[in-house]
Design a protein around this ligand. Sequence first.
Ligand code: FAD
Length: 299
Amino acid sequence: MMVNPVPDLIRGDLRHHESMSLHCSWRTGGAARAYFIPADLNDLSLYLKQLETSESRLWLGLGSNLLVRDGGFNGHVLALFNALNRFEIDADRVYVEAGVACAKVARRATQAGLVGAEFLAGIPGAMGGALAMNAGAFGGETWDLVAELIVLDPAGEMHRLSQSEVQRSYRHVMLPKGYGIVGAELQLTVGDVAEAQQRIKTLLAQRAATQPTQTANAGSVFKNPPEDHAARLIEACDLKGHRIGGASVSSKHANFIINDNQATAADIEALILFVQQTVTAQQGIDLEPEVRIVGERAP
Ligand SMILES: Cc1cc2nc3c(=O)[nH]c(=O)nc-3n(C[C@H](O)[C@H](O)[C@H](O)COP(=O)(O)OP(=O)(O)OC[C@H]3O[C@@H](n4cnc5c(N)ncnc54)[C@H](O)[C@@H]3O)c2cc1C
């Protein structure tokens, strides 16, 4: 299928058949039919306005929670990292666009004497992804910080949604179909900078000690079931190190699957399924994937 002709007034970078392995932390996956990096928010809105409503879209941050199947994504990837980049502080409020890295939000807020966003320092995603996933760590969740969410609807029109208008839960946010997050107003608290910086240092050190941070992975593959830990259940099934093709269950953290030998997306997906089925059979608990899997299987 052809990509629509792009009107001259669009200023962003439109690529065709872009390999998603370049944009996902698992370093594998098929190609996107169209891959658009907008010049700014207005440009993104214009791009969406010229798309047929039937065209599939995939909103992308840093691809740190995403598996794109080997047959690729037959639609338009809207790549916001470093493209929607505004970050403004006004007293204890922060306006942040979706393409700003989470770690940068933690660092800049702390430098400005604001606390509450420290946990974002360890999340290797962009704010749009963190808002879409309700990412969290060390007792903090992204939605604890949100005062207002700014979204574009499928026709490229902007809407502001108050915190109470958006349903969310653990690692889950309910957005209307086709809507994308372009920014948020965060409410932080004035606090002790030195303490906040220490918290960031501690949580980064804990991550380095417990997670295979130097490998190609997508963080925790499964959500933790109520009152339990997915990693504990996987380890109890003796699955650490279990391998399918180029993918294996990390021996450092059982809820991480790593691409350690040119894994295909199919290897990773097969391993996810195998872990899930084994835990159900041996522990009687159905693990729910936290990572998002999109696209077509290779023919
Ligand atoms: C080493 C490692 C450690 C991790 N630790 C944690 C952790 O402690 N806690 C945690 O919660 N997660 C963790 N993760 C997972 C991941 O970093 C988070 O889920 C992060 O918020 C994803 O952000 P992203 O920008 O990479 O999203 P992507 O992977 O690009 O996208 C994830 C999903 O969000 C959607 N999305 C992205 N941007 C938008 C947008 N602007 N509008 C609408 N939808 C959008 C995508 O379509 C996709 O469905 C970890 C990952 C890694 C690799």
